[in-house]
Write a protein that binds this ligand. Structure first.
Ligand SMILES: NC(=O)c1ccc[n+]([C@@H]2O[C@H](COP(=O)([O-])OP(=O)(O)OC[C@H]3O[C@@H](n4cnc5c(N)ncnc54)[C@H](O)[C@@H]3O)[C@@H](O)[C@H]2O)c1
Length: 478
C-alpha cells in the first residue's frame, strides 16, 4: 500500500455492515471525511496519551466542520466504568449535544468501548465513528458490534451491541505504539490463528521472528489477516453469542488476569492481548489435561507465548482473585453450570473447538482452572532471548535419577537430551522445585533451546512435583 493510497473494505456482521477505510498518513483526510458527515457537534472520546500524540491534526480537521466536545481521560482500563460513562453523558449534554451529533472514538479499545456505549445510550442512539490507534482496536474491537464497560466484579459486564457507521484507520498512527501495545494486537492475531485460521500461523511466526512489529508489512498483514479471521465468524454470528464465541478463545482466563493485574499494577500491567495470550496458553493446558488436545498443538501454544515475548510470570497476582473473576465471567449464562465450573472455549485441535460448532463452549471444573492458573502465574515462562541467570551449573546426578524415576524412563542419552532443552512455564516451576529440593542448578541455556522439552515437562510436572516433595520430606533430597 503506498503513501497515497486509501483503501476501503466492507465489514459485514450479519445484517449490519459498515465501511472500513485504511491507509498511511491519512489523518487529515480522515478528519475531512468525518467532517463531511453533517454533524452539529463531534463528541471526541479519547485518552490523554492519544490526544497528546495525535490529537491536533484530527481536532483541527473536525473543527473546520463543526464544534468539538472533547471527552478525554487518563488512559487505562479504569476508563471503562459507569462513573466515567456517566460523566461523559453529562458533559456531552451540557455542551449541547443533540441527535445530530456524532461520537468519534479516537484511541484504543478502551476509548472505543466507552465511546461506543456513549453513542448507543445518548438519545437512544446517535452516530458512531471509530478512529482506532492501537493494534487491538484496529484489528479487533472495531470489527465487533460489542460495546461494554466493566463492573466492579468483572470485565464487560455492562454493554450493548451498536454498529458504527464507519471506521477510519491511519496505519502510521500505530507506529508510535510502545512495543507492549504493538505486541498486544499480535497476541490477538495469534489467538485467531490458533482458533480460526491455523493456515496463518507460519506467516505470523515469520513476522515474530523478524521482530519488526511496527513495519508496514507487519501491520498490513495484521490488519488483513484479522479482517479475514473475523469475517469468517461474524458474518454468521454478528453478536458473537453462538459460533462467534470462538473469538473468546483465551479470554476467560485472559480477562481475569488482565483485570486483577490491572488492579495491582495499573497501566504498567499486562496489555489486553498479552493477557489473552496467557489465557490461550492456559486454555491449551486445560484441554490437554482433559485429554481433548494433543501435545503437539498444546506445545504450539506455549511456543507462541514465548515467541510473542509474553511472560506469564505474575507473582503479585492472587490466584483466588483471578478465579473469582473467572467465576463471574460474562459467558457464564450460556451453559447451565454448577457452582464450581466455568464456561470456556477449548480446542480439540488447531482451528477446531471442543463442543458444538454452534456453541463452542464447555464447562470446566474450577479447581482445574485454579491449578493451571497457579502453575502459570507462579512459574512463568521466559522469552527465548532473555538473558540467562548467572551461575547456571549442570544438572546433578541425583536430580537426573529422580527425574528419570519420576517419569519412568531410563537414564541414557535420550533422557539427557530431553532434560536438556525446551520452553515451558513448567520448566521454571520444575527448576525451582528441584532447586528447593536438592540445591542443584539446572543448565538453563540448553534447557530453553529444545522445543521437545515442553512436551516432556508437561507430562512430567505432576509426577515430578510429588516425587520432589516426597524426597524432600524423607530427607533424600541432597
Ligand atoms: N469486541 C470488543 O469490543 C473488544 C475486542 C477487543 C478488545 N476490547 C477491549 O479493548 C480494550 C483493550 O484495548 P487496547 O489494548 O487498545 O487498550 P487501550 O485503549 O487502553 O490502549 C492501550 C494503551 O495504548 C495507548 N495508545 C493508544 N494509541 C496509541 C498510539 N497510537 N501511540 C502510543 N500510545 C497509544 C493508550 O493511551 C493506552 O495507554 C479492553 O478493554 C478490551 O476489553 C474490546
Amino acid at each position: 500500500m503506498s503513501n497515497e493510497t486509501w483503501n476501503s473494505t466492507r465489514v459485514v456482521l450479519g445484517e449490519a455492515g459498515y465501511l472500513y477505510y485504511f491507509g498511511w498518513h491519512c489523518l487529515e483526510r480522515i478528519a475531512h471525511s468525518i467532517g463531511g458527515c453533517e454533524a452539529d457537534k463531534f463528541l471526541v472520546v479519547t485518552d490523554d496519551t492519544v490526544l497528546a500524540l495525535h490529537g491536533d491534526e484530527l481536532l483541527r480537521g473536525l473543527r473546520a466542520h463543526a464544534d468539538v466536545v472533547l471527552l478525554s481521560l487518563p488512559p487505562g482500563e479504569g476508563m471503562k466504568s459507569l462513573r466515567h460513562l456517566s460523566r461523559h453523558v453529562e458533559h456531552a449534554i451540557t455542551a449541547g449535544a443533540t441527535r445530530r451529533s456524532i461520537v468519534v472514538t479516537f484511541g484504543g479499545g478502551v476509548p472505543g468501548n466507552l465511546g461506543g456505549m456513549l453513542a448507543a445510550l445518548l438519545f437512544r442512539g446517535i452516530r458512531l465513528v471509530h478512529v482506532p490507534t492501537t493494534t487491538v482496536a484496529a484489528m479487533d474491537s472495531v470489527l465487533s458490534l460489542k460495546q461494554a464497560i466493566n463492573s466492579g466484579h468483572g470485565k464487560n459486564h455492562v454493554g450493548t451491541y451498536y454498529t458504527p457507521f464507519a471506521v477510519y484507520l491511519d496505519l502510521a498512527l500505530l507506529q508510535t505504539l510502545p512495543q507492549r501495545e504493538l505486541r498486544s494486537g499480535f497476541c490477538e492475531a495469534a489467538k485467531n490463528c490458533l482458533a480460526i485460521r491455523p493456515q496463518s500461523l507460519p506467516s505470523l511466526r515469520r513476522i515474530l521472528r523478524r521482530g519488526e512489529l511496527a513495519s508496514p508489512s507487519a501491520l498490513e498483514w495484521l490488519l488483513e489477516d484479522s479482517l479475514a479471521a473475523k469475517s469468517v465468524v461474524t458474518t454468521r454470528d454478528a453478536r458473537e453469542q453462538r459460533s462467534g464465541l470462538i473469538l473468546e478463545y483465551g479470554h476467560t482466563i485472559g480477562h481475569a488476569i488482565e483485570l486483577c493485574d490491572h488492579r495491582i499494577r495499573g497501566t504498567a500491567g499486562l496489555s489486553h492481548g498479552e493477557a489473552v495470550a496467557v489465557g490461550f496458553a492456559a486454555a491449551a493446558r486445560i484441554s490437554l489435561a482433559l485429554g481433548k488436545l494433543d501435545r503437539k498443538s498444546a506445545r504450539i501454544h506455549s511456543d507462541l507465548l514465548v515467541e510473542l515475548g509474553v511472560s506469564a510470570h505474575l507473582p503479585g497476582l492472587n490466584v483466588s482473585d483471578v478465579i473469582g473473576v473467572v467465576h463471574a465471567d460474562n459467558k457464564r449464562g450460556y451453559l447451565a453450570l454448577g457452582p464450581h465450573e466455568a464456561a470456556m472455549v477449548l480446542l480439540s485441535e488447531l482451528g477446531v473447538p471442543v463442543g458444538e460448532p454452534d456453541l463452542p463452549l464447555v464447562s470446566v471444573p474450577l479447581d482445574l482452572v485454579e491449578q493451571v492458573v497457579s502453575e502459570f502465574i507462579g512459574a512463568g515462562s521466559r522469552p527465548a532471548n532473555a538473558p540467562l541467570p548467572p551461575g547456571v551449573d549442570p544438572l546433578s546426578a541425583r536430580a537426573r535419577v529422580v527425574w528419570a524415576e519420576a517419569l519412568g524412563v531410563p537414564i541414557n542419552d535420550e533422557t539427557d537430551f530431553f532434560m536438556a532443552g525446551g520452553t515451558s512455564p513448567q520448566a521454571a516451576q520444575m527448576l525451582s522445585a528441584l532447586h528447593v529440593a536438592w540445591g542443584v542448578r539446572i543448565p538453563l541455556r540448553t534447557l530453553f533451546d529444545n522445543p521437545r522439552f515442553a512436551d516432556f515437562v508437561t507430562a512430567a510436572t505432576c509426577q515430578l512435583k510429588s516425587v520432589a516433595r516426597e524426597s524432600y520430606a524423607h530427607g533424600n533430597g541432597k
